[in-house]
Design a protein around this ligand. Structure first.
Ligand SMILES: [Zn+2]
Length: 218
């Protein structure tokens, strides 16, 4: 705890490891974040192929926590930049449409509204906007919301979590489906329930997600 507070007090520390004297992500964390996206099989099967940029540990875990709990802009930027690199890698390997050939729309997985407000805005949407700002041809459309009644699912197991979320991901009111390909993005994949349900809700809007890309797999 003390270390966390000290890290917060250090200006110019690397948001990935807390090492002081760094303007942004340090070279070591940069290397750690540069891993190519890998396909994952979530415990809750999704009607979309799911890719993860790495495990929920080290710099990834720290960045997620800082983006979520402290509303850290540098951490959100780093997550967004890593997502952008992952999308380009997948598109170069033919797993995703090339955004230079036509707009690819990122749909952030939904965050509970109250939780997002507490955390200084939705960290996943913020990371998606950062990714889109870095790659021409990427757009962001927040098509999904969770019902306000959805209990915080962080402590639930796979089955309970799926039950809890069932019917809790909803289309944003007046959400219009984008014309081109869509990629679902999220920060952490645990059971995969959120991704699975989000893909179903997108399908109900007439949107078939080309893939789901998560920053970290727990
Ligand atoms: Zn670092």
């Amino acid at each position: 705890m003390l270390r966390e507070l000290l890290d917060l007090a250090v200006p110019g520390a690397c948001p990935g490891c807390g090492r002081p004297g760094e303007a942004g992500i340090c070279p070591r964390c940069r290397r750690e974040l540069a891993a190519a996206p890998r396909p994952v099989r979530p415990r809750v099967p999704a009607a979309v192929s799911v890719w993860a940029l790495g495990g929920y540990a080290g710099a990834r875990r720290r960045l997620v926590l800082r983006a979520k709990e402290h509303g850290d802009a540098a951490a959100r930027e780093a997550i967004g930049a890593t997502l952008a690199a992952g999308l380009l890698d997948l598109s170069a390997r033919g797993h995703l449409p090339d955004p230079r050939m036509g707009v690819v729309t990122l749909v952030p997985a939904p965050t509970r509204a109250a939780a997002a407000r507490r955390r200084g805005g939705d960290p996943v949407a913020a990371a998606a906007r950062t990714a889109a700002a870095r790659v021409p041809g990427l757009a962001v459309r927040p098509l999904l919301v969770t019902a306000a009644a959805a209990a915080d699912s962080a402590e639930l197991g796979a089955a309970a979590r799926r039950r809890n979320l069932s019917g809790r991901v909803r289309p944003r009111p007046r959400a219009a489906a984008p014309a081109g390909p869509v990629v679902l993005v999220d920060d952490v994949l645990t059971t995969g329930a959120t991704v699975a349900e989000s893909a179903l809700v997108l399908a109900s809007l007439g949107v078939s997600a080309a893939a789901a890309l998560v920053f970290a797999e727990a």
